[in-house]
Design a protein around this ligand. Sequence first.
Ligand SMILES: *Cc1c(COP(=O)(O)O)cnc(C)c1O
Length: 361
Amino acid sequence: MHDRRRTLVSSADFPAFVYDLEDLDTHIREVRSALGDIELYYAVKANPDPELLRVLVRYVDGLEVASGGEVAHVRDLFPNARIAFGGPGKTDSELALAPTVYRLHVESPNEIRRLIAAGSDADILLRVNLDIPIPGASLAMGGGATPFGMDPAGVAECLDLLTGHESLRLRGIHAHLASGLGAEQMLDVASAVLDYARSLGMTEINIGGGMAVDYSDPSRRFDWKTYGAGLAALRRPGETIRIEPGRSLTVYCGRYVTQVIDVKRVHGELFAIVAGGTHHIRTPATKGHDQPMMIGQPGEPVTIVGQLCTPKDTLARRVPIALEVGDTVEFLMAGAYAWNISHHDFLMHPKPAFRYVNKDL
Ligand SMILES: *Cc1c(COP(=O)(O)O)cnc(C)c1O
């Protein structure tokens, strides 16, 4: 398998993002089948690459987007896709897209006031930030004071504002409280969100994304079977439960492949400098982890850095592998929040190539 992949990308392309569309297809199919009746949306901001989206839309019920730019991107590719549009700080022109999307996730009472003032027509979910403990989260969007969504008092204010405005159809509740949680913890959060939604008489509940991704072990994946079965057990007749994961769907299908330009020892520590760096794959810098790699010959621990003039341009620290100038280096788990969150123009190095393996499934 490893060799097959190698032959499909030439070193002239390095640095390159290589996406294995068959890997993605297999993974999303497993996720879909674990979820049964639970609606699955993909959070486009994790990776909006059209080739990946084309695979994903065969399995998902819709796409979750977080800007007018993402709405346009998705509409352009898939005119009939169901879109859920959320995100804090929507501009007037973004709110004006409300009638064109399947669901608008409202983040504040002022958004309701602006929709009313504009005479808008929309199907909305109110995004709630519940004050519940979220132990072990890698990023918390809820469970305390954050700019995401509203506390229950804000939701109550929205409910008052909506009275008498029939063209703003309240469909339910949205919550995306944390990321980095395992299946059991995600189910605890889901249960709290469902209780809250039921207390308001709501039957459509989007419980967000944030399923854990473990960069220290690419083989340890979120337990979709437990999660799917747990959600099925929580769901009551007549309820629509929706989730919107991003990272956990696309992260595994992408690799960032590059080549060693220089190797040197500085004050005793061994460094390998590769073509490209965190201006292509900012994930290790932003998450503070070592990007997992395909491990070759064992060797003296080497710190792998990119071409930028900053110590933050570190891809992986003290990896025990033998590296020489010209060697190929393959970083794994580069399919989400990698290229599209990176500061491409810093230092004006060339852009990476994008290669798609197993494109014609
Ligand atoms: C980013 C985001 C997601 C996806 O989160 P992942 O950690 O990539 O699964 C889902 N919903 C909302 C509202 C988000 O902001």
